[in-house]
Design a protein around this ligand. Sequence first.
Ligand code: ZN
Ligand code: ZN
Length: 397
Amino acid sequence: MLDFKELALEQEKVIINWRRDLHRIPEVGHDLPETAKYIAARLEEMGVGVQRNVGGHGVVGLIRGRTAGKIIALRSDMDGLPLEEETNLPFTSEHKGCMHACGHDAHMAMTLGAARILQEKRNQLQGQIKLIFQPAEEGPGGAKPMIEAGVLKHPTVDAILGLHIGSIFPELGNGQVGVCYGPAMACLDSFKIVVKGKGGHGAMPNATVDPVTISAEIILGLQTLISRELKPSRPGVITIGKIQGGTAYNIIPEKVELHGTARFIHEEERQRLSCRLGELSRQIAQAMRGDCEVRYNYGYPPLENSPTFTKFFAGIASSLLGPENVIEISEPTMGGEDMAYFLQHVPGTFFFLGGGKVQEGRIYPHHHPKFDVDESVLWRGAALLAATATCWLKENS
Ligand SMILES: [Zn+2]
Ligand SMILES: [Zn+2]
């Protein structure tokens, strides 16, 4: 283990420079030509075989060990956010209106760092390592197109590991590792309800069907799905974030649109309550002489870690960084993650690395124009990825 710590520390500067280079050129969604080019170039410099344009701008590297053996994948996201950066960093974004404000620049740099360590040690590896760099984590999703393009096959991936840096879990100090033995993050679903009434004069509601009143009933009614129909010990959220309807104070409109998000940790509850959301909305609207149309969009699934793999990972992390720096996350976050698709197909774990940067007396949250990461923890991420991949291949050869 000491070995990996030293190897990662030796290239701390290189990892930080990669992160800064990538920070300068943030790109959004599926359109990441410069980022993909940068990653592919770094991998090729190391001598790693590269496949470009996998499911869009996805980049895949393959490190071949001494024996064919099993395959473990290391996954990093690649995309930034449509946000104007306000950090004043010397390596601030050169792409106007785009910013790496979630730390995906750091994920790429750490994964490249791990790749370099593993490529140097390839003659000792008992298996192969697939490096998966995926676009569009912040939406609309890059994992699924890569899976459909066959990234988990030829050769078939047996286990997968990925991480998120930052301050998502405030219980993690910088450099500490958060592990979660099972469901760790929620699904990321959205829905749109169009409530249809019959418009008319605000003073004569009896001659209309008022979609505003119906919407109010639906908004409150949907909260009873959480309070009355979800098992109290299981988390779930339904939020209506946008209401659109009406043109004047004295006009009852024809329709009102409600836009919201729904988050569940367990797939079976997600399926059940998403059906109930439509059913309840329609029946409330019909009970009030109106009607409604419900469009529910199933986004990223809930993210579920393999308890066995996570235990293995936590063991490696403890010996690498000390058991006091490996913290069990007992409460999942209701945020979503595209990594969930990979974990639906392959056992593995998605872990968290504490690494928010304190500035002006506070840590600016993810997706904030002043967000930044603590670069002094980056070598830890690279060491964790490289050590886990090596040890897992050895254990499963
Ligand atoms: Zn994000
Ligand atoms: Zn992120």
